[in-house]
Ligand binder design. Structure first.
Ligand code: G3I
Ligand code: 9MR
Ligand code: ZN
Length: 550
């Protein structure tokens, strides 16, 4: 592993004055100093030895500088070592939040970017051709232009798009201040003037998802080329587009997100909201008529994202909860109870699960019951489902807080969480903690959220901020086609990296030593899609979490 570089890990963006502030040192020292921009000492303190933990593999010492509240730019120093600089101030996350949101704009597909708003990251219209319906030679090609590119690739996937949009929409439902975030995108008129930026942006994806719905209410799983494009700009990717078969997961997720969106857009444009609700009901109708799961696998020879799920129960649960919240119709509630029972049974079965912790809190691209649970909480009706999900969120938050005591970083992750997209595993946990903190405010929950954000922003044993453009040592080489091939030095800011992954599932990642601790299974290289890709649903849970800190 070579010799350990001595480092003082901090949140490279900074801290809110009132928050707990802990720096993590990976070397032995008893004292630390904080200096301001002029190099003047402003605070001194003693470190506390934490010890070794299994996720970072480091023997850590902690420097608590919570008492530093005066706005300013600082560094921490100890034994001749200095941290990068960071800020303390009330507005410290404003730029970060703008960047996180603006990424969705830069990921827009179709004829959507303008030089005025995209600046040097402008690219020409892309993926404008109609898509062929795979396996149905007689079917007319379909216009499915628009939406967001999923990630480093140019695919557009229904379940991933629904989940990312949902994180943002639930963020708005829990924290309406998100509607005030301005991130410099074209204005979109609505019945009451212009949409708030975040709603104009989400609408781009919703409009695309509307096109992914078939006449019979079902939803195509994805639209992509047959194989991933080479590293080329999006407008150069002119291979034929295919609409891949319908899945019950895609249909359920779309039913769910449209009903959720209805409850937000109704305050701005009734016609649009009603259109979403009608589409949601059509999708749901199809699900009711097709109770058998319709899973998805790539056809032989095609290699674009599969987003395969083992079952569709959590998706149906989410759809039922979301429609109940939007309409108040009892039949949806009864359906939700049926799916609840199936989910409990599935959770208790011997089948290998793709999640840790309480299934009713999961909100990844596959397991989505936690999204349904948030609709139950927002609905507020104190029924048996409410009790179940409230307990679920609080118990899960307690489990996470326990994890947080086991490493020097106060991080709520366990070693099992360092898989492909580990930063999303973390950000999903932060969403749960954020919601738990709304249900039952607790310093412990707030501190765990805080520590998680600090980790993403550089307080980790890679000493790397996993958000581009945010932090002195922010990563710079995301697996993202436009960034890899344009001639611009830096990627656009605000992109959340997938992060460390013990699986090392790409060729370049295989070059890393095999005995690395989970937190160090990371490389800032654009080839590393299993360590350093970006996606819409890795940004979206961070927007939700930051909204909770607004
Ligand atoms: O479910 C298992 C779990 O049981 C096991 O303990 C754990 C450890 O191996 O793995 C879990 O499965 C992981 C699965 O995601 C579910 O989280 C796999 O290892 C992991 O390889 C898989 O990664 C997914 C990856 O596609 C490959 O399928 C990522 O979550 C997913 O975000 C990513 O999505 C891609 C799209 O396909 C294409 N577009 C880019 C996007 C981001 O990389
Ligand atoms: O760029 C693709 C990325 O979005 C996916 O997550 C990843 C796994 O499906 O695949 C990437 O594309 C690679 C392809 O699978 C194999 N040839 C090299 C491609 C780019 O590195
Ligand atoms: Zn495109």
């Amino acid at each position: 592993m070579g010799e350990l570089t001595r480092a003082i890990h901090v949140d490279q963006v900074g801290y809110l004055p009132k928050d707990k502030k802990i720096a993590v040192l990976n070397f032995e020292t008893s004292e630390f100093q904080i200096v301001d921009e002029a190099g003047k000492d402003v605070l001194a303190g003693k470190t506390v030895h934490f010890g070794k933990d299994e996720i970072s593999g480091e023997d850590t010492y902690l420097a608590d500088f919570t008492s530093l509240r005066a706005p300013g730019t600082y560094r921490i120093q100890a034994d001749g070592v200095s941290s990068v600089s960071f800020r303390v101030d009330e507005q410290v996350y404003e730029g970060l939040m703008r960047d996180l949101c603006k990424c969705f704009y830069f990921l827009r597909c179709g004829d959507a970017l303008s030089k005025e708003f995209a600046g040097e990251y402008y690219h020409k219209p892309c993926h404008m051709a109609k898509a062929a319906v795979f396996g149905e030679e007689d079917a007319e090609p379909v216009d499915v232009t628009g939406g967001w590119h999923d990630a480093g690739d140019y695919g557009r996937y229904s379940t991933a798009g629904a989940v990312a949009s949902a994180h943002l929409l639930y963020g708005i439902r829990f924290f309406p201040k998100l509607l005030d975030v301005k991130f410099d995108i074209p204005k979109v008129p609505c019945a009451s003037g212009n949409y708030p930026d975040i709603l104009a942006e989400i609408k781009v994806e919703l409009d695309f998802l509307l096109k992914m719905q078939r006449e019979n209410g079902s939803v195509w799983h994805k639209v992509t080329t047959w194989r991933h494009a080479e590293f080329i700009m999006p407008e150069e990717d002119v291979d034929p587009l295919y609409l891949f078969p319908v899945s019950s997961m895609a249909t359920a997720d779309i039913a769910a997100v449209f009903a959720l969106a209805y409850s937000v857009y109704i305050n701005f444009d009734e016609t649009y909201a009603e259109k979403l609700l009608a589409a949601s009901k059509r999708a749901y109708q199809w699900l009711s008529e097709n109770p058998q799961e319709l899973l998805f696998h790539n056809p032989e020879g095609s290699n674009t994202g599969q987003y395969d799920e083992a079952e569709d129960i959590s998706n149906r649960f989410w759809a039922a909860c979301s429609l109940y919240e939007a309409t108040g119709e009892k039949s949806y509630y009864e359906d939700a109870l049926v799916q609840r029972d199936r989910l409990i049974e599935y959770d208790a079965s011997a089948t290998k699960k793709g999640y840790q912790g309480d299934v009713f809190t999961c909100q990844g691209w596959a397991e989505v019951a936690g999204l349904g649970s948030m609709s139950v909480l927002l609905n507020g009706e104190k029924n048996e489902l409410y009790t179940l999900v409230e307990t679920g969120f609080l118990d899960e938050a307690d489990r996470l807080c326990k994890n947080a005591t086991k490493n020097g970083f106060g991080l709520c992750m366990a070693k099992e969480d360092f898989i492909w997209g580990s930063n999303m595993e973390l950000l999903k946990y932060l969403m749960i903690l954020t919601v738990a903190n709304e249900l039952s405010p607790s310093e412990e929950y707030a501190d765990a959220v805080r520590a998680g954000i600090d980790y993403v922003l550089g307080c980790n044993s890679m000493d790397t901020s996993y958000v581009t453009g945010n932090g002195e040592k922010a990563y710079k080489n995301p697996h993202l086609r436009p960034t890899a091939v344009d001639d611009i030095e830096d990627p656009w800011p605000g992109l959340v990296s997938g992060g460390p992954n013990v699986g090392l599932q790409d060729e370049k990642a295989q070059e890393l030593p095999k005995d690395l601790p989970p937190m160090k299974c990371y490389l800032d290289a654009s080839e590393c899609y299993s360590l350093n890709e970006i996606t819409i649903y890795w940004n979206s849970p961070m927007v939700f979490t930051m909204a909770g800190l607004l």
